[in-house]
Design a protein around this ligand. Structure first.
Ligand code: ZN
Ligand code: ZN
Length: 182
């Protein structure tokens, strides 16, 4: 998401502007393709920019769908992610004259180049990755993989009994019954 902030920088300090964008699915050849590399498939974001003394202060909210894997059954899932964030971008040149400013931005600060455009894609990718849950689930009560045979217990709920347990034979019969039914 490439935004020209020159109009906002020409307004008085304190002026605000809102930048909205939504893309679903994200175009692999578009300007937001960088989000796909972060596993983001669709995004809906609102960024509020305020002209501050050193540049543009941005407060944002984003909803996205991010590629993930259920932490119990390992199925590929789309993880809903919501992020709220804020970031200061520093101007490096005067917006009217284009001349370099005397007081440089802090070393690790995000800067606004001579074209007065901000690419919000890296910020969104970073914030959405941070906001993605560490152990997502395909469903709240996912049964996960069987510790004994590795099968997905959502697909085939089952338990393993001790060999020789009379209930084991019963279970076998049940499995046979299910197979016949298929
Ligand atoms: Zn699962
Ligand atoms: Zn099993």
């Amino acid at each position: 998401m490439l935004v020209s902030v020159a109009p906002l920088l020409r307004e008085a300090v304190g002026a605000r502007e809102s930048y909205d964008f939504a893309e679903s699915p994200i175009d692999p050849h578009g300007e937001n393709a960088g989000l796909l590399e972060a596993g983001v498939r669709e995004v809906d974001a609102v960024l509020n920019g305020t002209h501050t003394d050193p540049g543009i202060f941005v407060e944002g909210k984003a909803k996205a769908s991010v590629d993930g894997q259920c932490s119990r059954c390992l199925t590929a899932i789309a993880v809903p992610v919501e992020a709220e964030f804020a970031e200061q971008y520093y101007v490096t040149r005067d917006v009217i004259s284009g001349a370099s400013l005397d007081n440089p931005a802090p070393v690790d600060a995000k800067t606004i180049g001579s074209d007065f455009r901000i690419d919000f894609t890296p910020l969104l990718a970073e914030e959405l990755i941070i906001a993605t849950p560490f152990a997502p689930l395909c469903q709240p009560d996912c049964r996960g993989l069987c510790e004994v045979c590795g099968e997905d217990r959502n697909q085939r709920p089952h338990q393993h009994e001790e060999a020789g347990d009379p209930r084991w034979a019963k279970l076998k019969d049940l499995e046979g019954f299910q197979a016949d039914r298929d």
